[in-house]
Write a protein that binds this ligand. Structure first.
Ligand code: NDP
Length: 329
């Protein structure tokens, strides 16, 4: 059936400026790392995408290597765009990335100009797009001078293949070097995509300070620690879960009894706040000023619908924060 977006799709979402820029991101964005590969029925990916857009989620995040197999998430999303979403192209923020291994040989990986530009062109083709709204370098590369990587991102922006540039997984020092290199050639780095959640707080040490200093926005990926910050593992590991074998990126051994215990204690606080644990975990991530959006994943729209409800209660009082801190220690 032909898709027509809900007229009231913007009513319940919050849009937040990304760093010191004019670009606003939805408080929750949808990541296409899982659920868009060849193993997932097209109808599931389509429903997740379209209902998310109907809920005001305007930002969709992909990478060249998402699938499996690599490239298939972009192909799936390209089909959804072609079948349904292209009339809404100017209402969408679509991001892709290059930085992990994508094809054989020395030019299909890391951070060279050769790889980044070729990969971005391939990604545009798979998605059937003329440009990405954001294009990221996916991870730092110690063997390529940062000036070369930045030059490749600038090339994409100058040619209109990307409206904004971003970096991901760079630590504070690498970020500073990248931002200085970008400043030197007049490229604005809009955004940093960082692994950040109640269970992964590395960014708090230095990275957020650097981003604040340079006016760069952060988007927090895996904000639910791949589902561990929900009630899904309270009674063991369900077979149809990421740790249960849906993906090899979350080993069942990673879901330790200590983490489950912490999640159960956090769940009690969430209940008092009138939220589910996943909603509270997302609100907690957003308490950092530089975080413009949480980049969540979902295996169906029900999860996304629950997660998006987190914006109903974003405030924490000092007592709640202290209690959470004591659990996370
Ligand atoms: P999350 O931490 O949000 O984990 C999402 C998974 O948790 C879902 O697929 C689902 O897994 C489970 N889940 C989500 N909501 C609920 C819920 N309400 N109740 C129970 N379970 C739930 O994020 P991801 O790890 O998926 O990462 C999100 C995005 O971040 C990616 O799609 C990608 O775009 C980006 N990313 C970027 C990286 C980078 O290097 N820049 C690296 C990794 C991710 P299930 O149902 O299968 O158990």
């Amino acid at each position: 059936m032909m898709y027509k977006a809900k007229p009231e799709r913007y009513a319940d979402m919050k849009y937040i400026s990304c760093g010191k820029s004019g670009l606003k991101l939805p408080a929750v964005s949808l990541g296409l790392w899982h659920t868009y590969g060849e193993a997932t029925p097209y109808a599931t990916a389509r429903e997740l995408t379209l209902r998310s857009f109907d809920a005001g989620i305007t930002h969709f995040d992909i990478a060249n290597n998402y699938g499996p197999p690599p490239g298939s998430a972009e192909t799936t999303f390209g089909k959804i765009l072609k079948d349904d979403l292209m009339p809404y192209r100017d209402e969408l923020i679509i991001a892709s990335k290059a930085g992990y291994r994508m094809w054989d040989g020395p030019y299909g990986d890391m951070g060279s100009r050769k790889y980044i530009i070729a990969s971005a062109d391939q990604s545009l083709k798979r998605c059937g797009l003329e440009y990405f709204d954001i294009f990221y370098h996916h991870r730092p590369d110690s063997q390529t001078p940062i000036e070369e990587t930045i030059d490749a991102l600038k090339h994409l922006v100058d040619r209109g293949k990307a409206l904004y540039a971003g970096i991901s997984n760079y630590n504070a020092e690498q970020t500073k070097a990248a931002l200085e290199a970008a400043k030197a050639v007049g490229l604005k780095i809009l955004i940093h995509q960082v692994n950040y959640s109640m269970f992964n707080r590395g960014a708090e040490a230095d990275l957020f300070r650097v981003l604040d200093e340079y006016g760069v926005g952060a988007i927090a990926y895996s904000p639910l620690a791949q589902g561990q910050l929900s009630d899904k593992y309270f009674n063991g590991i369900p077979v149809n879960s990421r740790a249960g074998g849906v993906s090899h990126f979350l080993n069942p051994d990673a879901v330790t009894p200590e983490k489950v215990e912490k999640a159960k204690k956090l769940n009690v606080i969430a209940g008092r706040r009138g939220q589910t644990l996943s909603q509270m975990a997302l609100a907690w991530v957003m308490r950092n000023n530089c975080v413009a959006s949480v980049l969540a994943g979902a295996s169906n729209f029900g999860q996304m619908d629950e997660n998006a409800g987190f914006i109903q209660n974003l405030e924490f009082d000092a007592g709640e924060l202290a209690e959470i801190e004591a659990i996370l220690l």
